[in-house]
Design a protein around this ligand. Structure first.
Ligand code: FEO
Length: 395
């Protein structure tokens, strides 16, 4: 069912209320999500993006209830990932000759995923325009690596809507569609989680792209992303946030993350958190178990932090396997401008702390020499090393 956005522009997407994970199981979903597709009905009729593959037949049937598919003049494929392109096969079976506007890289990703069907691709680059009648145009903006090589955004003149695709989105089901109607706490929580886990590795490119967009002097009344709430109330607030988030973001927070076998490393984690409050009462402290806490949520806390302390006992000459996987994900997200320290218990060989320090350095953290390496359960001497570790993180 269509929902009105502005003038002759409607939302024709799909809300996934029950979705629990995304990108396989790599991204946790706790508040639903959506794939936003849009229908523009000016003198020309334009479909902007589609929805995820599992919904493709329902999507096409729903669209048929709104419009004669034969009336669609142009399809815009802002991005080739299957959550936005996954209905193309079902749609193109009905209207095989309709031109698809996309980047050259999207031709590769679409044909790579769906095969070569002889679809009528029209490749575009930044600044290319498409006249849609009634004095309005679509202006294409390359959004390479935000977050795929094929990503682009489409700006509609006259109505001043930026169809930004993944950029500025959130995995968040908002039935009311608009940012001013959404639960504000969840909206910002999900926007931050989305940025951290999807866009942070590309922060340098985000910053560059924001400058480029600013230089295009587009009047933007609405930012319509492909997931979550549509920004119609002060849309530039999310652009401003992206500028902050892409600039080595940190708040006055220290996050302590750990896994433990027999609670020794957990005791150190709690003692570190207590010491942070002693030395810096205004610093927010969070303690999170890697084994028990969702990894995407932990990374969002890491993103907010000025420093982290990571703990693991030694197990089989290394850190725990839960910590190993977590550290690999930490490295992938390419955090900048953050300190880190390591701690952990051991009984025999005790390699975990040194290995943690090496892995944290490899992940781009400024690693403190100060550490806590506790033989068996932590005792007075071990706890005595914590103030120096915390002082180093707070410096
Ligand atoms: Fe990159 Fe929402 O797909």
């Amino acid at each position: 069912m269509r929902k009105h956005i502005k003038n002759n522009v409607s939302w024709v997407g799909w809300i996934d209320w029950e979705l629990e994970s995304f990108h396989g199981d790599d991204y946790s979903i706790f508040n639903g999500s959506s794939q936003n597709a849009y229908l523009i009905e000016e003198e020309k009729t334009v479909l902007v993006d589609t929805v995820w593959t599992p919904h493709r037949f329902d999507f096409v049937e729903n669209l048929k209830k709104e419009i004669d598919l034969g009336k669609i003049d142009y399809i815009i494929a802002n991005h080739g990932e299957c959550d936005h392109s996954g209905s193309l096969t079902a749609l193109m079976a009905e209207i095989p000759d309709t031109p698809i506007y996309c980047t050259p890289a999207a031709v590769k990703s679409l044909e790579g995923q769906y095969g070569k069907h002889g679809w009528n691709f029209r490749t575009v680059k930044t600044g290319d325009t498409l006249d849609i009648g009634n004095g309005k145009q679509l202006v294409f903006v390359d959004m390479k690596m935000l977050h795929w090589p094929d990503s682009m955004a489409t700006y509609m003149t006259g109505d001043n809507i930026l169809f930004s695709n993944d950029a500025f989105g959130q995995h968040f089901a908002v039935g009311e569609l608009f940012n001013d109607k959404a639960d504000q706490c969840l909206l910002w929580k999900e926007a931050l989680k989305y940025y951290t886990n999807i866009l942070n590795p590309f922060s340098a490119l985000v910053a560059k792209k924001l400058t480029e967009l600013e230089g295009m002097n587009l009047d933007i009344d609405i930012i319509a992303p492909s997931h979550g709430a549509i920004w119609r109330d002060s849309p530039m607030q999310i652009v401003k946030k992206y500028a902050e988030w892409s600039d080595a973001y940190q708040e006055n927070q220290i996050t302590v993350v750990y896994d433990t076998m027999w609670e020794g490393t957990a005791k150190l984690a709690h003692a570190i958190a207590q010491e942070v409050h002693l030395q810096s009462p205004d610093t927010v402290v969070k303690v999170l178990s890697i084994a028990k806490t969702d990894k995407n949520e932990i990374m969002t806390e890491v993103f907010k932090s000025r420093a982290i302390a990571v703990g693991s006992p030694t197990c089989c000459n290394s850190y725990l396997s839960s910590v190993a996987g977590w550290l690999e994900f930490l490295k992938q997200l390419k955090f900048k401008n953050k300190k880190a320290a390591a701690f952990g218990c051991y009984g025999w060989s005790g390699e975990s702390v040194k290995l943690l320090q090496a892995k944290l350095a490899e992940a781009g953290f400024d690693v403190a020499e100060e550490h806590v390496r506790s033989l068996w359960n932590p005792e007075e001497d071990d706890f005595a090393a914590i103030p120096a570790l915390v002082k180093s993180l707070l410096q």
